[in-house]
Design a binder for this molecule. Sequence first.
Ligand code: IPM
Ligand code: MG
Length: 367
Amino acid sequence: MSHTITVLPGDGIGPEVMDVALEVLDAASAKFDFKISRSTHLVGGAALDATSNETPLPKATIEASEKADAILFGSVGGPKWENLPPHIQPERGALLPLRKHFGLFANLRPGSCLPALTHASPVKNELIPNGFDVLCVRELTGGIYFGEPKGREERNGEAVAFDTMVYKKSEIENILHVAFKAAMGRDKRLTSVDKANVLATSVLWRETANEIATQYPEVTLDHLYVDNAAMQMVKRPDSFDVLVTENLFGDILSDEMAMISGSLGMLPSASLGEVKDNGLYFGMYEPSGGSAPDIAGQGIANPIAQILSVSMMLRYSLGETIAANAIDTAAQNAIDLGLRTGDLFTGKNGETRVNTIEMGNAILEAL
Ligand code: IPM
Ligand code: MG
């Protein structure tokens, strides 16, 4: 089998963790006998720098990605570009348009805390004796992020700004199917998060969730208001299996989930479009953590989130499930051996502090 991907390393720690992740991808392709043809393109601040601030998302990047099976994304943004006009800043000018252009409506953010890393979580150890493993499914191309009208104007001599939260029933159905299917492959429990005591979009959301549930009789569905969900997430994260929610709630809850997992450096994500006839998805795969400009260029970032993003890509877009599982196991192995990048290192007995390349080499070895 042969697959085509575009690689968009971006800014900050993106390029350095990407280098290591690509080595892991190459090793997996040699071991499990599939070919990857890949091209690297500019995105984010790196693209702004190369185009004299014309665009964070050059045409060549989009065109190459249109021809690919998947996008492997690093991270974008940093202080250098923070004062540019908002529409060309890396996040708003590259990340959101990429999601919209490719119809990547389903954002999967696994948030797990391995039993060996519970002491790194800000949640009290006794609340999560065995760690936890939650999958957050976030709607990614609708809601208040993209709703119209959106803007700012003068009314009676005063500045007024407004955003619109809007959902079509079909958009809610699409993301709920993704979430139910994900739950079917896990513990068959789905929590739908909304604000149905206040928002019209949430009333439609909850209604639709209950309807779709009849097609998945094996899955237990429950509903939580988003404010309550935020509390339960820190009180009993190990009680959740799959969470599904709209764009803005998902943005906030997935950060909360990431924080309590102990380190952002461990969490991958997948942004998927419609399922194709072959059961695979076009998708964009990126670490949840961002560009971490404070440690960029030092070679100390945790490459695991980027490596696990590779394995999500192999699973959802390339259909190389065995290779994906092998990479997950290899990463877990490095943790079990006590290897810790700075974000995970606590000085406990049995921990060895390593840098980006050393962590990558341990995972390559295990693979
Ligand atoms: C995320 C980020 C983005 C979002 C920003 C950078 C636009 O926070 O992927 O969660 O809000 O979706
Ligand atoms: Mg976010």
